[in-house]
Design a protein around this ligand. Structure first.
Ligand SMILES: Nc1ncnc2c1ncn2[C@@H]1O[C@H](COP(=O)(O)OP(=O)(O)OP(=O)(O)O)[C@@H](O)[C@H]1O
Ligand SMILES: [Mg+2]
Length: 395
């Protein structure tokens, strides 16, 4: 895929001698969302500012769509790059609608047209323009202000978005909502995004890839699963935290190969027939589907000896079936699978396809295997024993 953004050996030394960015190499593909995560002062904002030339690199170059940003007229450059700055930075004396339309005014669009587009954008980020359009920034909550910042950055429909801790100033609950909204939005608009955050959880949730910054340098640039499963060094390991195994659960999907295949019987099947099959397969229980092949629950394998001694072997599966409604769509995260298991206090959960058809069951052992699989897939070069799975399996 085409790289929309490319940093080539970029360094930034401020006039006072501070080296904020040190020989940075980074590529962001078109439509990709890359999160930059690292501690305060490590050079994240400086990295962003060099893209739209609010700062100039002292070494190296940055290519936008194959062309050195230094060769662009800065004003034209900034029209191709939406920028959500740290602390939002809305104009306090302008209404929400006018704030959103700022860039469109600058682009010379007609006022009516700009306002119409601004209203659409506010709608897109979940703010009703009829309610919020005429308010001033200080009449909004922190989370609402952040959304206006995002809407404003999207106004000129730029191919590239720079977002500098756009959700930094809100509480964790609002933040998670903004993150979800942003992911939905991104699925729709498919911008090339550089997204700065302090927060490894946020980096993992949002990023297609994550660049973990140390002092002015990238310590690891990889998929969220690989950063969590196979930190490149001690610095990254300590930054992602000792609970990285748990974080990893949230970025690893349940796949077909993770599922077990217990016997499947139907509510209307005669119990003796079902029981014979279950015993033949050596199963202690079977999954029960209804007449539409939808999950109903499960049925234990009847005890042969007890029935030989006069128990009732007859009837249909329906008479013995127990309800079990713990299920997940294929592709759900392991985290969701795990939390569903806990919620239902279940030793397994059913996994269904898009048409709600039964595909198999996920057990704790399958979950464990899935986690190993994802680590193997991402990190062929590390020794399994180095990978810390205890955190997950020991819960
Ligand atoms: N104009 C400047 N002149 C001199 N030093 C600067 C300037 N701007 C930033 N710095 C320094 O460069 C380093 C990187 O700053 P930068 O703002 O890029 O960090 P950051 O990773 O965005 O931090 P934070 O997470 O706190 O926003 C810091 O040491 C900072 O003090
Ligand atoms: Mg910063």
């Amino acid at each position: 895929m085409m790289n929309m953004l490319r940093f080539e050996h970029v360094s930034k030394r401020y006039p006072d001698g501070t080296v904020a960015v040190d020989d940075l190499h980074l590529e962001v593909a078109e439509g990709e969302l890359v999160t930059l995560v690292g501690p305060s002062g490590c050079g994240k904002t400086t990295t962003m500012k060099m893209v739209n030339r609010l700062e100039e690199p002292t070494q190296g170059r940055i290519l936008l769509d194959g062309r050195d940003v230094a060769s662009y007229d800065p004003v034209k450059l900034r029209r191709r790059i939406g920028y959500v700055i740290q602390q939002v930075g809305l104009f306090p004396h302008k209404t929400v609608l006018d704030n959103t339309a700022t860039v469109l005014h600058l682009l010379g669009r007609r006022r009516g047209e700009s306002r119409k587009r601004a209203a659409e954008l506010l709608d897109l980020v979940g703010l009703d323009p009829a309610v919020y359009g005429d308010r001033y920034p200080d009449q909004l909550s922190g989370g609402q202000r952040q959304r206006v910042g995002v809407a404003r950055a999207l106004a000129a429909d730029p191919p590239v978005l720079l977002m500098d801790e756009p959700f930094g100033a809100v509480d964790p609950v609002v933040r998670e909502r903004l993150q979800n909204e942003f992911l939905r939005l991104q699925a729709e608009v498919r911008k090339t995004v550089l997204f700065v955050t302090h927060d490894i959880e946020e980096a993992v949730r949002l990023g297609d890839r994550i660049a973990v910054y140390g002092q002015g340098r990238i310590e690891q640039f990889d998929s969220p699963a690989a950063v969590l499963g196979a930190p490149a060094n001690d610095y990254v390991a300590s930054f992602v935290g000792s609970d990285r195994g748990l974080k990893r659960l949230s970025v690893t999907p349940v796949e077909k190969g993770d599922l077990e295949q217990p016997p499947v019987v139907h509510l209307a099947d005669p119990m003796p027939v079902a029981a014979r099959r279950m015993r033949a397969e050596g199963a202690r229980w079977a999954v029960v589907l209804d007449e539409n092949d939808m999950l109903h629950g499960w049925v234990p394998t009847p005890d042969e000896d007890a029935e030989a001694g006069g128990g009732d072997p007859g009837g249909t599966v329906a008479a013995r079936a127990r309800r079990m409604e713990a299920w997940l769509p294929l592709g759900s995260s392991l985290k969701r699978a795990f939390s569903t298991m806990l919620q239902y206090d279940a030793g397994w959960i059913a996994v269904l396809d898009e048409g709600d058809r039964f595909l198999g069951v996920l057990t704790p052992a399958g979950l464990h295997e899935a986690l190993r699989r994802s680590i193997d897939a991402d990190a062929h070069d590390i020794d399994r024993t180095e990978v810390d799975l205890d955190i997950v399996t020991g819960v």
